[in-house]
Design a protein around this ligand. Sequence first.
Ligand SMILES: *Cc1c(COP(=O)(O)O)cnc(C)c1O
Length: 396
Amino acid sequence: MNTNYYIELEKKFGANNYHPLDVVIEKAEGVWFWDVEGNKYMDALASYSAVNQGHCHPKLIKTFVEQASKVTLTSRAFRNKQLPLLYKKLYEITKMEMFLLMNSGAEAVETAIKAARKWGYDIKGVKNNKAEIIVCANNFHGRTTTIISFSTEEEYRRGFGPFTPGFKIIEFNDIEQLEKAINENTVAFLVEPIQAEAGVYVPFHGYLKKAEEICKKNNVLFMLDEIQTGLGRTGKLFAHYYEDVNPDVIIIGKALSGGFYPVSAVLAKREVLEVFEPGTHGSTFGGNPLGCAVAQTALDVLIEENLIENSYKLGNYFKEELLKLHSSKVKEIRGKGLLIGIELFEKARPICEKLKNLGLLCKDTHGNIIRFTPPLVISKDEIDWALEKISSVLKD
Ligand SMILES: *Cc1c(COP(=O)(O)O)cnc(C)c1O
């Protein structure tokens, strides 16, 4: 069966909410994909940073198969041994005090929103149903009805109202607006340390620190969505490690699963997650033993294989080499570690199509931006290989 067979089948039955490149993947290893016709491609997207550990990592396969043959799901009606072991590892690595496991990133964001609201009523003393959360324009926090309620992307919202109230939108990278937006009902400021989905927008150095200070001064929770920027992507364990900040809540997902099995988590100070009592929140699959076993190994791989340092080093190298191309097609190159955005003066999709034909798979975002986020296991030779392809399509 060839590529077209699968594409036609997908078009016939699948909801049309995606616009994928027309390549049908059959298997993968490390940074490489093979399609159904045996063509080989480099994956320069890493499933939006969910596969930081590289595809089909042997240690993750081992954990996955071993745990799957023991027990996969208990629900939280009973206890399983992998959940507390994951808590312990998360504590050792992040030093956050309490954890709540979910599945997708959006669910973890929803969980953080609920925690912040309840903290507002129970601890801060905000009047019932008055809680406000401040968010930033061009944010991306997921696709649930509540989360799109505070998106500024028309495409994400059109046709999906009515929306959830209780959110105030300010400009990203603007401290003055944050200060002005806070009032006695503000319970949290929810922000991405780098706006990845929006097109890899890096705020000025000191933005997070100033935002944190304002939050602390006003008794407002400082909540970072590190679902895409976290777990080594930007060259540090968390993108906020570039600044000396101490968030009240960190939300992670994506690479916590190593691409194997959806796992997300809210990491927080005790005071925040303590507001949940039995019955107030839950998820059938959240905290399941298979996901928790996979997440422990996914974290081990990041650290044991120095993937965070590799992201830092090769990310810097990649960016420097891209700058050296001096292509007149390129408006700006942005990012940290292996989270790199190339903003073009022209449409990015045709460039991504050309790169696909050269064996390099990456994704356009917002029309004229290409995002390069390869698995963090990538080597310098592989980066050089990618640079050669990129240089050939960006040539004038
Ligand atoms: C991907 C992403 C999410 C949503 O995660 P899902 O697993 O797709 O629900 C939320 N926030 C950020 C910053 C993301 O990159």
